[in-house]
Design a protein. Sequence first.
Length: 206
Amino acid sequence: MHMLPGMPAPLARLVEHLGSLPGIGPKSAMRLGLNLLSKQVDDVKQLAACLADLHETMGFCDCCGSFAEQGHCGICDNMRRDSSVICVVEQPVDVLMLERGKGFSGHYHVLHGRLSPIDGLGPDQLRISSLDNRVADKEVRELILATSATVDGEATAHFIARRYAAGDVKISRIARGVPEGGELEYLDEYTLSRALDQRVIWEQRA
Ligand SMILES: [Zn+2]
């Protein structure tokens, strides 16, 4: 870490922590640290309280695996949403990204990863059995596979499509508007909405 000589230890500690965040280089970390130091003490205390609360209060939805404060998330609890359509994604952040488009009114299922044999991630490490339980529920009629357009994301989509192929549930894959190698996290809301709207039934894929 790039530190100025003579920097007071509390500021140096803060700058070091800030610099460990993704996308924050040493100069930005220093700028942020000095900015926080110049703020009103109450503002900084509120920020510190948010950070302290983060892991205490945040968890994952018992049903879909997305972010939730406790029990079920707001999407699973929303009676106006269509619980017969489940969009399967890799990470909780993907739900936030897809929700920006406001066009999807179904439910989600977060796998918490994707199949990656190299990293030792098999079906047992993903939230597949809870998806089994949801699909076994006769109410579910469509699974939209919105795993990333990476090799592992495609392999995960194939795995899930095969797993439920014999059942009554319709399987679809988000459209190819998602660029090759694309993580949902980095796509704008219009591309994502279009990819969802133009999803393709699994058997009809080229
Ligand atoms: Zn949920």
